[in-house]
Design a protein. Structure first.
Length: 166
């Protein structure tokens, strides 16, 4: 599945939205894992701003997943098995395995940037399409743009925390 080409059918759109769901699950799971290791770790005084960022990232990913699932429900198309979609996400957007970054913030930044790039590519692919979908195009694009913008905000938040800015 290539997000760089125009979306031409409801089936293709559903598959891409499913990829978004899986991507959000990956980001949520990684943030949750890092949060748990941070609060249960050896550091007696973990940085509360990092813990807060990770908790918020997990909540945001769960909300994004619910919104994407709502769009999928509006489409009358066959879905693709979860394991196949998970493989596509892993291949395209999750090249770095958990723990491959120097620290939690680099890993979180990678997840936020990957999600932002996915939604940006998906919006462009929908905008390049002349296909009619079984979901309102404006609703679809506005939902995806809001999610993309929240991912961009997440990138900024992580970057500010990494640089020590308020």
């Amino acid at each position: 599945m290539n997000v760089d080409q125009a979306v031409s059918s409801d089936t293709q759109l559903v598959r891409l939205l499913q990829m978004g769901v899986v991507l959000e699950e990956v980001v949520e799971a990684r943030a949750s894992k890092h949060y748990e290791s941070l609060v249960a770790g050896d550091d007696p005084d973990p940085d509360p701003s990092i813990a807060e960022l990770l908790a918020e990232a997990g909540e945001e990913s769960a909300e994004h997943r619910r919104r994407l699932e709502g769009l999928i429900e509006r489409l009358d198309a066959d879905t693709v098995p979860f394991d196949r979609i998970a493989g596509l996400v892993e291949e395209r957007y999750s090249k770095a395995p958990p723990g491959s970054f120097d620290d939690v913030l680099y890993d979180q930044l990678h997840g936020e940037e990957s999600a932002y790039k996915f939604y940006d590519d998906l919006i462009a692919a929908i905008e390049d399409s002349e296909a009619a979908f079984d979901v309102d195009r404006e609703l679809l694009l506005s939902t995806l743009a809001e999610i993309r913008d929240e991912e961009a905000e997440g990138v900024r938040d992580v970057t500010e925390l990494m640089s020590g800015e308020p």
